[in-house]
Design a protein around this ligand. Sequence first.
Ligand code: AQP
Length: 332
Amino acid sequence: MKRIFSGVQPTGNLHLGNYLGAIRNWVNLQNDYECLFCVVDLHAITMWQEPDELRANTREVTAGLIAAGIDPKKNIIFNQSQVAAHAELAWIFNCVARMGWLNRMTQFKEKAGKHKENASIGLYAYPNLMAADILLYRATHVPVGEDQKQHLELTRDIAAKFNNDFATDFFPLPEPLIFGEATRVMSLKDGTKKMSKSDPSDLSRINMTDSAEEIAKKIKKARTDAEPLPDTAKGLEGRAEAANLVGIYAALDEVSSDEVLQQFAGQGFAGFKQQLADLAVAKLGPIQDEMRRLMGDTTHVDQVLKDGSERARELAEPTIREVQDIIGFLRA
Ligand code: AQP
């Protein structure tokens, strides 16, 4: 049996990067794998979250997953905090992983920035929780973007050390699942930074809840350069913002950047941006309508999470019991 675990943090507005880089791919996985899609609220609180916003964002992400086409009956959609075994296994992995391993994690360095001393312990130990998320369900495959590869390697190291320490083969070593050409959507204001929920500038991202007018306005205001569009993707080298807009067009239209440029070569950005806005609105519109409808039906969304959490708990329970036995915890 092939089992997938994937997570999204409820840390702000779900955006085009989350959709094109992750969620859209997940929709295709549900036919070939048993899938768990988790709204990782325990990960979210490694940075400060306003309680009311955390609740609202948890519902928004859940609505986004369903609206994008993930079937909550066929798959398990749940929020992490409701399955206590994630935190339990993460603690055990805190005792398996070595400081030296975590010191090498680049995401901590990026997220903690210059204020390392002030970062939460949770942010530092985040990869151990991610290992617990995956191994709790003994997932065989994990869809990972470039930025998560290092964390998956750590998950494999933790699984291997646990197996070795306790002379068992209990945890499988999960494999990365890489999708063709990875779509990495960058900020509309700075082509060297990824589009991110926590970017303070709302103009930097297209939110999945933005109206058609907002999408058009943000694309119009997106940073570009003064050169016309080249005729091949190679001509975009050193032009991060232009490359990003062409990449977004290509991802939305499901064609290559070269194909997009065949259509727009030699043109300036005004006409291109207009067509990109029309394409984005056409592709995202139906998903956004469904997402808004679901966000207005919190009873349904909450029920999906409740049902998903129950099913996830059933899967997690035997793993955590067996881990306790392996470690030598006396069952009271
Ligand atoms: N800009 C992006 N381009 C492509 N894929 C992206 N993902 C996120 N941003 C982009 C992918 O979306 C999935 C869920 O991400 P996450 O919520 O777990 O956290 P993140 O990667 O840290 O996303 P954000 O939006 O940047 O959140 P904050 O601002 O809170 O850090 C992942 O598969 C991720 O690769």
